[in-house]
Design a protein. Structure first.
Length: 367
């Protein structure tokens, strides 16, 4: 942060407008310069103006702790710690303006101003106004006074307390800086020298080292409660482990054998079911043939086994069986006419009826 210019008007002992430009001679080439003058000439007012423009505060009011009201114009009163007290008596308005280079390299202008109503010296004091502008982009900052002050702290890089203990030391405040506590003084010096990053690195290293030490301590604590097994017990456990491995292998082998036997049993069960179904179908087929032959079942089976021709014995039972079979065939033929396939069972039945009819013909010829 670098001060470029200070401008003020009607503040305490300074009447009218005053400007100090550090970019023109003889100040631009001066490495060190002093502000000198008689008591009341306005030396402290310049420093007050600098703080007013940047922080809306003034060092001369830092010691004001009691809430005491002072007489203003007319019947009005103003608290002794109010920075508007800096407006020169008998004037209607005043301001403090600072041009500076921020920590980001841009040039900014901050203006603090105050006035009385109707711009008359007899008017009541109005609230002070703060304006901030980026001189490089001509951009006006927006926001409340509190928001603007927060932005100024970021642009300057220092808080008001840090600013008044480093950049600007008010009268009798140099000893205060020297007597500051070590932590506060270190924080200020870090900000001024830009070495805060090393402090953060140091803190990170310390935190990591502490975490690593705590982890090592925890591991050592766990190790201290672990008891090593005697060699004999270790050998016993090793033998038990080997036995368990052998038993597991034997169990796996036995399981495989049982699965193979189970598959054989399942295959036999399937074959048995198929055989039983076939037997049932053959028995049904035999019963139909016996019914159509009109012969006793035993005689029919005897003739079949001996290879002799089965002669159908016409009787009401045979005619009834033929009638039932023909009705079933008719129903099947009607279904086939609808486009369905001819079932194998129907073909067998037709063959059986044909044989039966042939037997009936043979019987008629014999008669």
């Amino acid at each position: 942060m670098k001060i470029i210019a200070i401008r003020l008007k009607n503040l305490t002992s300074i009447e009218g407008s005053v400007e100090i430009d550090f970019t023109v001679e003889p100040l631009s080439s001066a490495g060190i310069f002093a502000i000198s003058g008689a008591t009341g000439a306005g030396k402290s007012t310049l420093l007050d103006a600098l703080c007013l423009a940047l922080y809306d505060k003034a060092p001369r009011f830092a010691a004001s702790v009691e809430s005491i009201n002072l007489a203003d114009v007319g019947d009005n009163q103003i608290n002794q710690s109010d920075v508007r007290n800096l407006l020169r008596r008998g004037t209607s308005d005043g301001y403090a303006e600072v041009d500076f280079q921020g920590v980001d390299g841009h040039r900014y202008r901050s203006r603090w101003s105050v006035r009385r109503t109707r711009n008359k010296a007899s008017g009541s004091l109005q609230p002070q106004v703060l304006e901030v502008k980026d001189l490089d982009t001509e951009k006006e900052f927006q926001g409340t006074k509190k928001e603007l002050l927060a932005q100024l702290v970021e642009l300057v890089g220092l808080t008001y307390e840090q600013f008044t203990r480093t950049v600007l030391l008010a009268q009798n405040d140099f000893a205060t800086f020297l007597k500051s506590r070590g932590a506060a003084k270190a924080e200020l010096l870090e900000k001024l020298t830009g070495t805060g990053v090393y402090s953060r690195i140091s803190q990170e290293i310390f935190a990591r080292n502490k975490a690593a030490q705590e982890e090592v301590a925890m591991i050592q604590s766990k190790m201290s409660v672990i008891e090593l097994l005697p060699e004999e017990e270790l050998l016993t456990l090793q033998n038990e482990k080997e036995q368990l491995v052998e038993k597991r292998a034997a169990g796996i082998k036995l399981l495989a054998e049982l699965n193979a036997q189970l598959n054989v049993v399942r295959s036999l069960k399937i074959q048995e079911a198929l055989w039983m179904k076939k037997q049932q179908e053959e028995q049904e087929e035999l019963n139909r043939a016996v019914a159509l032959s009109g012969l006793p079942k035993q005689e029919y089976c005897y003739r079949k086994c001996m290879g002799r021709e089965v002669v159908v014995q016409p009787n009401p039972r045979v005619h009834k069986a033929l009638k039932n079979q023909m009705a079933a065939i008719l129903a099947e033929l009607e279904r086939i006419a609808a486009g369905e396939n001819i079932p194998e069972e129907l073909l067998s039945t037709i063959d059986l009826i044909a044989v039966t009819m042939q037997g009936l013909k043979g019987e008629d010829a014999n008669e």
